[in-house]
Design a protein around this ligand. Structure first.
Ligand code: FES
Length: 101
């Protein structure tokens, strides 16, 4: 994870735990998953198919599919359209996180 470039704007809700690549992080309830991950410093969620470059959220409205990750064993979930839930398990492509941890 890098130093967060984004901060959570919804900080008046309780913190809940989400597991990302077997590491538990605390995020504010009510956020979408993409925003929650960005606010913790995770900014690349998968790699592009052809060039294998790290990709992260772009449109935040469900159109670009740049924010996909595996959530609760379901692949290609658009994290910008997914609200965080306590105990949620998220798998980020390890290659996307390379040189970012
Ligand atoms: S950020 Fe574009 S689909 Fe999620």
């Amino acid at each position: 994870m890098t130093e967060p470039r984004f901060r959570a704007t919804q900080t008046d809700t309780p913190l809940i735990d989400v597991v990302v690549n077997n590491t538990t992080i605390s995020v504010h309830k009510g956020q979408n998953l993409a925003a929650a991950l960005l606010s913790t410093g995770i900014d690349a969620f998968h790699c592009s198919a052809r060039l294998h470059e790290p990709r992260g959220p772009f449109c935040f409205m469900g159109s670009c599919f740049q924010c996909v990750a595996t959530v609760d064993d379901r692949s290609n979930i658009r994290t910008c359209r997914t609200p965080v839930r306590a105990g949620m398990r998220v798998e980020i492509d390890a290659m996307a996180m390379k040189d970012r941890v």
